[in-house]
Design a protein around this ligand. Structure first.
Ligand SMILES: [Ca+2]
Ligand SMILES: [Ca+2]
Ligand SMILES: [Ca+2]
Ligand SMILES: [Ca+2]
Length: 199
């Protein structure tokens, strides 16, 4: 990994997150982007849209969005720029761990529960790859992420481990946190083109 200051590390991760969220590529995040991302996950995992898992995913993504915009959308126009997003994500989850527990962990839990198609508490490589495809992650980065996270090399990631990795990705300032690798090797210098992330 390229040497990154703590601030650069977390901003890089939030830029990647912004790239995941900005589904219509207009450089602004809105609730519709957030819901579209949730819908992509549901579609790529071939989950019925009216299943309990799908509804919980959409509900929790909506809750995530409400919490985040409540923190930073001062003019209440429902739009978030990349700069506002970096600041808001940090305030909402790093500076307020309780906020993470109530409004972000449920989204992670819902997402990994949905990826765990057979409800055995683990996500297989193939399911993990579908999640990544929905988020726009390349096959190469998906493979790298799986290898980094599957520490015991058994070809499965536990839902609990994935929720922990999620928390590390979105809140940890530690360059050695394993969860930093949730979306593969995102440490290339040219990932940000000024308005959006090249995933
Ligand atoms: Ca957008
Ligand atoms: Ca605004
Ligand atoms: Ca499973
Ligand atoms: Ca494993």
């Amino acid at each position: 990994m390229v040497e990154l200051l703590q601030r650069d590390l977390i901003e890089r991760k939030y830029d990647v997150c912004f790239g995941h969220g900005d589904q219509n590529d207009d450089g602004i995040l809105e609730m519709a982007d957030c819901i579209a991302l949730g819908a992509r996950v549901i579609a790529y995992l071939e989950e019925p849209f009216d299943s309990p898992k799908a509804l919980e995913l959409l509900r929790s993504f909506g809750q995530f969005w409400q919490h985040l915009t409540g923190k930073l959308d001062a003019d209440h126009d429902g739009k978030i720029t990349p700069e506002e997003f970096r600041e808001g994500m940090r305030q909402a989850w790093v500076d307020d761990p309780g906020g993470f527990e109530t409004a972000f962990r449920p989204a992670a839990q819902a997402l990994w529960n949905l990826c765990d198609k057979n409800d055995n508490g683990t996500v297989a490589a193939e399911e993990f790859a579908r999640f990544h495809k929905a988020f726009g992650t390349s096959e190469e980065n998906s493979r790298i992420a799986f290898e980094k996270l599957d520490t015991n090399g058994n070809g499965n990631l536990s839902v609990d481990e994935l929720v922990d990795a999620w928390k590390e990705f979105y809140t940890s300032l530690d360059p050695d946190a394993r969860g930093n690798w949730l979306f593969g090797d995102i440490w290339e210098k040219d990932i940000w083109d000024g308005t959006k992330v090249k995933l």
